[in-house]
Design a protein around this ligand. Sequence first.
Ligand SMILES: [Zn+2]
Length: 219
Amino acid sequence: MKVVKKIDCAGTNLNIYDVPVGIMVSGGVDSAILLYYLMKYHTKPIFIFTEGNNVKLRKNGIIAPRVVEKCIQLTKNINVFHHINYNIETTLESLYEKPRFAVRDFGPIRIVYEGLTMNPPNDIAENLAPELDFEHTRNTDGNNDLFHSDNKFYMPWANTDKKGIAKMYREENLIDTLLPVTRSCEYDQNIEFFDDIKNPGLGHCGECWWCKEREWAFK
Ligand SMILES: [Zn+2]
C-alpha cells in the first residue's frame, strides 16, 4: 500500500493511498469533510460505512446519505458504495463490526478512514455542557496515534480539533454547502439531561456537548 498523495487540509496532512478504501461516516462534520476530501482526491472505489441505531432513532442512517449525496454533487465522484446497517444501540464493537469485516474479507479494502478529532482544550471542553459527560478519550495533547488495529484504521484528524475542521470547511468553501447537511447533535431522549430540552428532530438541540463543540469551532 503506497501513499500516492499527501493533501494539506488547512494545515492537517491527509494521506491518499493507491488502494480501494473504506470510511466510517456518521453524518457529523468531521467524517463529512474527510469523505469530501477522499472523494475529491481518491481515484479508486470508496466504501462508506454508517450505522443507525434505534436509541437515536436511526438518525445517522438518514443524515449520512444526505452527506454522501452532497459530496457527490460537489466532487462529481460516483465511485462510492454506501453500506448502512442498523442496530438496537451503537457500541464500539457494533460500530467497527462491518468495517472490520470488510477489511478482512472484501480483499481490496486495505484501510478504513475515520474522522475522529481531538477534543477542544480541557478548560473549554469541561465547560461546554458541564452536566453532561463527554468523550474523554480524545486526548488534547496532539500525540494521538493516527493508526490502530494493525494499521487497518487511519484517523488523520486525531491531532486536530474542531476549529481545525472549521478551517477546512472555510478553505474549501463548504460553509453554505456541505456544512448545513451535517449533524453533530447527540440528543438522546433516554438521558435525563435532555428532559427539559425540546427534541430537535433531525436538527440541532443547541444544548448538548456536541452542539456546543460545533458552535465553539465554527463561530
Ligand atoms: Zn445537541
